[in-house]
Design a protein around this ligand. Structure first.
Ligand SMILES: NC(=O)c1ccc[n+]([C@@H]2O[C@H](COP(=O)([O-])OP(=O)(O)OC[C@H]3O[C@@H](n4cnc5c(N)ncnc54)[C@H](OP(=O)(O)O)[C@@H]3O)[C@@H](O)[C@H]2O)c1
Length: 282
């Protein structure tokens, strides 16, 4: 259990990753990104999560430069989108991300969603880009257990991270458990559930008892389950608030009260459909 936002977790490949990072989805304006990254860095975030699909890699790369942040001090994650999957196009996409982010290595690259036609080719490209030193760690996103078991039939190395939608209304206990048994870190996307969960009365009551907001209780619950988090906010006050979760502990009873809120309710796409359709459908 991390005691500070700067604490790291040792991945199965030996690399270290901060358990809490900063999500950048929908931050596309340079001034908003500059302000968010400034506040995030000041309060201790060291992991920044982007994706080719977000269209903000260049803005993030520039915000890192504008804030005078040393490359070696931070951990950058990006993701390969569905249209770029395939062996050659994934290798090319990695080079494009390096260029846009103004860096010569990426800490973590994820396959954004599994798609059936390029399932193994994309992974082989990431394995090769890692061997070439362009990527430190490779992982996946939105993979179910079946996708991971299928990948294992041909992978030279397995993903060290599986970034999945996870929040109190979709807590995915069996998936989190499977990842753990397989030596894969679960990282929660939409850890705050994009809205509805933030109004939950049970979590609000727990928060009141600890003098913490609903968002802070949810983020703490993830960490106590061993799940990594990448909350997003474009508001500096909330960026700060989301990092202020290391001075209280939820009891087993409070953890179970939140576990019981699960209703298998997705806000995003179902990975199985994306696998079949080969694109997101929202
Ligand atoms: N791998 C994938 O397929 C995938 C999919 C989606 C997202 N992601 C990643 O995961 C990150 C986080 O997910 P997300 O952005 O969808 O959702 P999220 O972090 O669960 O929630 C973000 C929303 O909550 C609000 N918020 C943040 N902190 C708050 C607080 N303390 N109090 C009240 N409201 C708060 C934000 O509004 P304001 O900005 O107005 O504060 C925003 O509307 C993304 O940025 C992205 O990096 C990955």
């Amino acid at each position: 259990m991390p005691n500070s936002i700067m604490d790291t977790f040792k991945l199965s490949d030996g690399n270290e990753i901060p358990m809490e990072g900063f999500g950048t989805y929908k931050i596309n304006e340079q001034s908003e990104m500059d302000a968010a990254i400034k506040m995030a860095y000041e309060v201790g975030y060291r992991l920044f999560d982007t994706a080719q699909f977000y269209g903000n890699e260049a803005v993030l790369g520039q915000a890192i430069k504008n804030n005078g942040i040393a490359r070696g001090d931070i951990f950058i994650t990006t993701k390969i989108p569905e249209p770029k999957q395939g062996y050659d196009s994934t290798l090319k996409a990695v080079d494009e991300s390096l260029q846009r982010l103004q860096t010569d290595y990426l800490d973590l690259v994820l396959v954004h969603w599994p798609i059936h036609s390029e399932f193994f080719n994309t992974w082989r490209a990431l394995e090769d880009a890692k061997a070439a030193g362009k990527i430190k760690s490779i992982g996946v996103s939105n993979y179910h257990r079946t996708h991971l078991e299928f990948l294992k039939t041909q992978a030279r190395e397995m993903p060290v991270v599986n970034q999945i939608e996870d929040h109190p209304y979709l807590s995915q206990p069996t998936m989190v458990d499977f990842n753990k048994q397989a030596g894969i870190l679960t990282q929660a996307w939409s850890p705050l559930g994009r809205g509805a969960v933030l109004k939950d009365p049970v979590i609000a009551k727990i928060g009141a008892a600890h003098n913490k907001s609903v968002a802070q209780v949810i983020l703490r619950w993830h960490l106590q389950r061993g799940v990594s988090i990448i909350p997003k906010s474009g508001k500096p006050e909330r960026v700060k608030q989301n990092a202020d979760i290391y001075d209280f502990t939820l009891s087993d009873e409070e953890m179970n009260m939140i576990n019981d809120l699960n209703k298998n309710q997705r806000t995003g796409d179902d990975p199985e459909l994306v696998y079949e359709l080969e694109h997101q459908y929202h």
